[in-house]
Design a protein around this ligand. Structure first.
Ligand SMILES: Nc1ncnc2c1ncn2[C@@H]1O[C@H](COP(=O)(O)OP(=O)(O)O)[C@@H](O)[C@H]1O
Ligand SMILES: [Mg+2]
Length: 594
C-alpha cells in the first residue's frame, strides 16, 4: 500500500499503533515491571496522604488535646511527612526506570523505519517529498516518547488512583460520595473523549499544513540556486506564506475548539466539587462526620481532578501521538516493488557478460520507454550506448542496476537473470558514475571513501590519482579534507564527476557504467579521464553512455538508441559504412564540434 496515512480515519488508526508498538517493548519487560511496582507504591502513598491528614485534623480537634499527650498528633504529622516523601521517591524511581524503556523503543523503531526506507524502490522515493518523510519519522518517534510517558506517568496511575479512592470512599463513608466521584469521572472522561474526537479533524488539518509548509521550505531552500537564477525569491516567499497562512488558520480553529473543551471540563469539575462539599458539609453539621472527614473529602476531590484535568490534554495528545506513530508505522507497511526472490542466491560473476534480451519497459503504463531492446556486452568489453536525450539511455542503466524491474524480456549477467539473485550482490558487482552526481555534505575524501567504506587511505589516494583528481585537490588549501557543501554544490560539474569516477573505481566492480560521465568536462579533462578509464578498463566490463561520439570511437560495440528502440549496433567503422543513423549523428557532431 502506498496510500498516504491521511486518508485513514484516525479512530481506526489509534489502537493499531499501540499494537504495532508492543513488539518493540518486549525487550524491556523487566524494567516495565519494575516501573509498575514503583508506580503502585507512589499511588498507595498518594491516596494514603489525605487519610493521614484526616487523622491529624481529628486528633488536633479533640477537646482533650491539652490534657492528652501530644504524641499522637506528632507521630501522625511525622508519618505524613514520610508518606509524602515516599510518594515523590517512588515517582522519581519510576521515571528513571522507565526512561530507558522509552529511549530504547524510540531508537529501535527509528532505526527500523530508516532501514526500511532505504529498502524501498526508487519509484517510491521519487514520488515522496523528503522533507515530509523526515518529519513523519521525527513526529512518529516523538509520538512514541509522548505516548509511553503519558501511559505510564498519567493514564495508568490516574485510573489506579481513582479506583482506590472510590473503594476507600465506599468502605469508609456513604455510597453517595463514591457515586458522585464515579459519575463525575465518567462524565468527565466521556465529555473529554467526545470533544477530543471532534477536535481531531482540526488537529489533523494543522499537522497537514505544518508538513506541507515544512516540505515546501526544504524543497525551496535546496533549490536555492535555481530560485536565484529565475529571480523567484518573492514567488517562493509568497508560496511559503500561503502555506503558513493555512497553518495559521488551522491553528486558530484548533485553539477555539480547545477553549470549548477546557470550559466543558471545568464545568464538570466545579459541579462535582460543589456537590461533594455540600454533602460533606451537611453531614458534618448533622454530626455524622468530623471536620477531619470534611478535609479528607475535599483533599480527595482535588486529588482526583488534578490528574484528570491533565487527562483531557493527555488523551488529546495521545490521539495525536498515536496518529503520528501510525503514520510512521504505515511507512513500514509500504512494500517495495523490487524484491529479492525467496531463496535468491548471490550473483556469481565469472567473466562479466551482460545481456539484454527483448527488454520492454515503461515507468507508467501509458508510455513505453524501452521497446524490444536486445544487445550483448561481452566480458571486459567496452560497449557504448548513444542516442539523443530522452531516448532511454539512463533507463537502461537503471534497469541493469535493478532500480526497476523490466516489463518483459530479461537482463542477465553471466547467464543469471538479475531478478533471481540478491539485489545486494547484484549492486556490489556494478559501479555507476551517474549522469547527475550528488555528493554528501562531507569532505572530498569521505565522499570518495564512500565507494568502499572499508578501503584503506592508500586505496582512496590511488582512486584519486586514477580519476585525475590529484591536481585539483593539491590546489585546494584543505586538500582532500575540503568540504563539498550541500549536495556537492561547492564543486564544479566536472570536479563532481571526477569524484564520482574515483568513488566508482574504489568500489572495484566487475561491471562499470558511465552515464555521460564526461559530459560536463572540457575536451582536455575528458581526454584525461578517458585515459584513466582506459588504464583500468581491462579490469572490468564497461558500458559507456555518451552523447559525444568522439568518446566512444574505440568501443567494441556501439548501440544506437532512438526513442527506446535500438536502430543500429556495430563498431564505429561498421556504423559509418552503413551511412545510417549513427553516420548522420557523427556528421553533425563533426561539422559542429562541441
Ligand atoms: N522516474 C521516471 N518516471 C517517469 N518517466 C521517466 C522517469 N525517468 C525517466 N523518465 C522518462 O524516460 C525517458 C528516458 O529517460 P532517460 O533514460 O533518462 O533518457 P536519456 O537517454 O536521456 O538518459 C525520458 O522521456 C524521461 O522523461
Ligand atoms: Mg540520461
Amino acid at each position: 500500500m502506498r496510500g498516504s496515512q491521511n486518508s485513514v480515519p484516525l479512530e481506526s488508526v489509534s489502537w493499531r499503533s499501540l499494537r504495532d508498538l508492543i513488539p518493540h517493548l518486549a525487550a524491556f519487560k523487566g524494567r516495565i515491571a519494575l516501573a509498575l511496582v514503583c508506580l503502585i507504591g507512589a499511588k498507595v502513598a498518594a491516596v494514603g496522604l489525605p487519610f493521614l491528614l484526616k487523622r491529624v485534623v481529628d486528633s488536633l480537634n479533640t477537646e482533650d488535646i491539652q490534657t492528652h499527650l501530644v504524641v499522637v498528633p506528632i507521630t501522625l504529622v511525622v508519618a505524613y511527612g514520610l508518606v509524602r516523601f515516599a510518594n515523590v521517591l517512588f515517582g522519581e524511581l519510576r521515571d528513571t526506570v522507565f526512561g530507558r524503556v522509552t529511549e530504547g523503543a524510540m531508537r529501535r523503531v527509528g532505526h527500523q523505519v530508516f532501514k526500511h526506507l532505504h529498502s524501498l524502490d526508487l519509484a517510491y522515493h521519487l514520488d515522496r517529498r523528503t522533507g515530509g518523510l523526515s518529519r513523519d519519522i521525527e513526529r512518529g518517534v516523538n509520538g512514541i516518547s509522548f505516548l509511553m510517558r503519558f501511559m505510564v506517568f498519567n493514564i495508568v496511575p490516574t485510573f489506579l488512583e481513582i479506583g482506590m479512592i472510590i473503594a476507600l470512599l465506599l468502605w469508609n463513608y456513604s455510597a453517595w460520595f463514591a457515586l458522585i466521584v464515579t459519575l463525575s469521572v465518567v462524565a468527565y472522561i466521556g465529555f473529554s473523549v467526545v470533544a477530543t474526537e471532534w477536535r481531531t479533524n482540526f488537529i489533523r488539518q494543522m499537522n497537514q499544513a505544518e508538513s506541507k509548509s515544512s516540505a515546501r521550505s526544504v524543497d525551496s531552500l535546496l533549490n536555492f540556486e535555481t530560485v536565484k537564477y529565475f529571480n523567484n525569491e518573492a514567488y517562493e516567499a509568497d508560496l511559503y506564506d500561503r502555506n503558513l497562512k493555512e497553518w495559521e488558520q488551522a491553528r486558530r480553529s484548533n485553539r477555539l475548539t480547545l477553549f470549548g473543551l477546557n470550559t466543558g471540563q471545568s464545568l464538570i469539575i466545579a459541579l462535582a466539587m460543589t456537590s461533594a462539599m455540600l454533602l460533606a458539609g451537611f453531614r458534618v453539621a448533622s454530626g455524622a462526620m468530623t471536620i477531619g472527614d470534611f478535609v479528607l473529602i475535599n483533599a480527595l476531590m482535588i486529588q482526583i481532578f488534578v490528574p484528570l484535568n491533565f487527562l483531557g490534554f493527555v488523551y488529546r495528545e495521545m490521539k495525536g501521538s498515536m496518529a503520528n506513530i501510525d503514520a510512521m508505522f504505515s511507512l513500514l507497511r509500504v512494500e517495495s516493488s523490487v524484491n529479492d526472490e525467496l531463496g535468491a542466491g548471490d550473483l556469481s560473476i565469472e567473466a562479466g557478460n551482460v545481456r539484454f534480451q527483448n527488454v520492454q519497459f515503461s515507468y507508467q503504463s501509458e508510455r513505453q520507454i524501452l521497446d524490444d531492446v536486445t544487445f550483448t556486452v561481452e566480458p571486459k568489453q567496452k560497449v557504448a550506448i548513444v542516442g539523443s536525450s530522452g531516448s532511454g539511455k539512463s533507463t537502461i542503466m537503471k534497469l541493469l542496476f535493478r532500480f526497476y524491474d523490466v516489463g518483459e524480456g530479461s537482463i542477465t549477467i553471466d547467464g543469471q537473470d538479475i531478478r533471481s539473485v540478491k539485489q545486494h550482490s547484484l549492486r556490489k558487482a556494478i559501479g555507476v558514475v551517474p549522469q547527475d552526481t550528488v555528493l554528501f555534505n562531507a569532505s572530498i575524501f569521505d565522499n570518495i571513501n564512500y565507494g568502499n567504506v572499508d578501503a584503506s587511505e592508500e586505496e582512496v589516494r590511488e582512486a584519486i590519482r586514477l580519476a585525475y583528481l590529484d591536481d585539483f585537490i593539491n590546489d585546494l588549501p584543505d586538500g582532500v579534507n575540503t568540504e563539498v557543501g550541500e549536495r556537492g554544490l561547492k564543486l564544479s560539474g566536472g570536479e563532481k564527476q571526477r569524484v564520482a569516477i574515483a568513488r566508482a573505481i574504489l568500489k572495484k566492480p566487475a561491471i562499470m557504467i558511465f552515464d555521460e560521465a564526461t559530459s560536463s568536462l572540457d575536451s582536455r579533462a575528458e581526454q584525461r579521464i578517458l585515459t584513466a578509464m582506459d588504464s583500468v578498463r581491462g579490469d572490468y566490463t564497461s558500458i559507456v553512455i555518451a552523447h559525444r561520439l568522439s568518446t566512444v570511437i574505440d568501443s567494441d560495440l556501439i548501440v544506437v538508441l532512438d526513442r527506446g528502440r535500438i536502430v543500429e549496433q556495430g563498431t564505429h567503422d561498421d556504423l559509418l559504412s552503413k551511412a545510417g543513423h549513427y553516420a548522420s549523428l557523427w556528421e553533425i557532431q563533426h561539422t559542429r564540434p562541441d
